[in-house]
Design a protein around this ligand. Structure first.
Ligand code: GRF
Length: 202
């Protein structure tokens, strides 16, 4: 299966997918990352893609007259690589209706909290501030909401008294990377059906 991965930052989730493909991980699932896209340049995520010899593309919101045009342009840039699955791995923009018209139902996102708790840009900070004893990460399909699509997999991470946001986020990422590779790999290898809020993988 052909994966296009979207990033906005350090790209360690992307790296986990690339390592799995290079090793016996996602490659055993028959998945391959064919391109990496971002909403900004100058991020480590794009350097990781270049180091892997992959095509990259950047779609900046400010380069377009309005959000809808950016949304359409991003969809075009992704479509050029003919993905079976799109993986949003730390991509910090909301994918809009034009994008979802083409890739809804086959776009996966990873979020560093146990949805539906703590959606949005500051899931780790919000969980910490709330005082939860466990948090975690969620891999889900992207729908028109913010972090509201059908859930594919979740992993639990304990919160420690001495945690600050960075420490907790790093501990979450250690679980998240494996969760994402396994979830994406199974979708790619086994196929899936989405029935309401349920994701069925044979
Ligand atoms: C991940 O924890 C992801 O869930 C969140 O941002 C982080 C991105 O990390 N949206 P990286 O860029 O994959 O290292």
């Amino acid at each position: 299966a052909r994966l296009v991965v979207l990033v906005s930052g350090s790209g360690t989730n992307l790296q986990a997918l690339l390592d799995a493909v290079a090793g016996r991980g996602a490659a055993a699932y028959g998945a391959e990352v064919v391109a990496v896209g971002a909403d900004r340049d100058g991020i480590a995520g794009l350097d990781r893609a270049r180091a892997a010899g992959l095509p990259v593309f950047v779609c900046r919101v400010r380069d377009y007259p309005a959000r809808a045009e950016w949304d359409a342009a991003l969809a075009e840039a992704v479509a050029a690589h003919e993905p079976d699955l799109v993986v949003s791995a730390g991509f910090m923009k909301i994918l809009g209706p034009r994008f979802l018209a083409r890739f809804g139902g086959r776009t996966v996102n990873t979020h560093p909290a146990l949805l539906p708790s703590f959606p949005g840009t500051h899931g780790v900070r919000d969980a910490l501030a709330y005082g939860v004893k466990v948090t975690g990460c969620t891999v889900h399909f992207v729908d028109e909401g913010v972090d509201t699509g059908p859930i594919i997999a979740q992993g639990v991470v304990e919160v420690r008294p001495e945690d600050d946001e960075a420490a907790l986020h790093e501990r979450i990422k250690e679980v998240e990377r494996g969760l994402l590779v396994d979830a994406v790999g199974r979708l790619a290898r086994d196929g899936y059906r989405i029935e309401g809020r349920k994701v069925l993988i044979p």
